[in-house]
Ligand binder design. Structure first.
Ligand SMILES: Nc1ncnc2c1ncn2[C@@H]1O[C@H](COP(=O)(O)OP(=O)(O)OP(=O)(O)O)[C@@H](O)[C@H]1O
Length: 303
């Protein structure tokens, strides 16, 4: 099953164009949707999750028309929203059991089996009798995946799931996502480049409601070969450098400022070549140096 989004657009009543002609083809496996805050990621995720309407365009999941046949979507959808509210006084086991009933698993024995399996899968079995209000951030997010996996979804949408997790919890969460079946389409929406780098064989960059680039991270990075140049500068030099050269990123490294510049050749003798990574690719895309190349662009339907 494939997810085909074509020319999806959405403008909010206040005039914000949150999505503009978004076209994406997403195959089973992990797909990273990367973009800064305000890019339109949540709008796209909520639209696919049948929670809000698009103005125009289409989204097909296999042969389900997602914008029209919402009941059919809900039968195959798992969703972990960005703001995931929990009932603090209820235990993990109780809430999963309740949600499983709502999902239509009416046989209590079967329900217990499903709930137990999900608690094990998400490493929460030991905490099943704990009130959700006492869960850590990582446990909450793993519980979020447990509820999203109820009913064996074919499309799993996770919206910024690792924001606020500590490094250890993030690794656990990554492991959990990476173990989800190969035949499930998993869309991971995030502004964290390393989430996509660690997990996703396919990705897109969204900014200002538009898809700037899609492809495999390694192909995208390969396009930057020989075009990223680095140099340590003093903080005071940074502003001058930014107005003179296409600086794509700067960060502190051991107390000094490391600058990455996009350039077809060495800007001057003081720069040395950098091995490009996904972060460079992301910033180069956001800053307009890297765009969809014809070879990897999704082909538009003919006929
Ligand atoms: N209900 C709304 N009414 C008006 N504008 C909205 C509404 N929801 C979102 N927006 C605006 O639409 C744009 C896209 O927002 P969206 O939440 O989809 O982005 P995002 O990429 O998910 O960002 P974030 O990570 O901050 O949630 C932003 O400019 C946002 O301010």
């Amino acid at each position: 099953m494939e997810l085909r989004i074509q020319n999806l657009s959405k403008r909010y009543p206040n005039g914000t164009q949150a999505l503009q002609d978004v076209t994406l083809t997403i195959k089973p496996g992990m797909f990273g949707l990367l973009g800064p805050n305000g890019a339109g990621k949540s709008t796209l995720m909520r639209t696919l999750a049948t929670l809000q309407e698009a103005d125009s365009g289409s989204a097909l999941l296999g042969d389900i028309d997602m914008l029209k046949d919402k009941d059919a979507v809900r039968r195959v959808l798992g969703y972990l929203p960005q703001d995931f509210g929990l009932y603090p006084k209820v235990t993990a086991e109780e809430l999963l059991n309740h949600l499983a009933t709502l999902k239509g698993i009416s046989n209590p024995f079967e329900r217990k089996k499903v709930v137990d399996a999900l608690l094990h899968q998400t490493n929460l079995h030991h905490a099943r009798r704990k009130q959700l209000g006492g869960f850590s951030g990582g446990m909450r997010q793993r519980f979020g995946i447990a509820q999203a996996l109820l009913g064996n979804p074919k499309l799993l949408i996770v919206d910024e799931p690792t924001a606020g997790l500590d490094p250890e919890e993030r690794v656990r969460f990554h492991n959990l996502l990476s173990e989800i079946g190969q035949d499930v389409i998993v869309i991971l929406s995030t502004h964290i480049v390393s989430d996509v780098r660690d997990l996703c064989p396919q990705m897109a960059v969204l900014n200002g409601g538009r898809v700037l680039l899609t492809g495999a991270p390694e192909d995208i990075i390969a396009r930057l070969e020989g075009r990223i140049w680095k140099k340590f500068v003093d903080k005071a030099e940074l502003a001058g450098l930014q107005s003179a050269l296409p600086v794509i990123s700067h960060r502190l490294l051991m107390g000094r400022t490391l600058v990455h510049v996009y350039s077809e050749s060495a800007p001057d003798g003081s720069f040395s070549p950098a091995v490009p990574d996904l972060e460079d690719a992301y910033f180069a895309t956001i800053k307009g140096h890297l765009a969809q190349d014809a070879a990897s662009a999704p082909r538009t339907a003919v006929g």
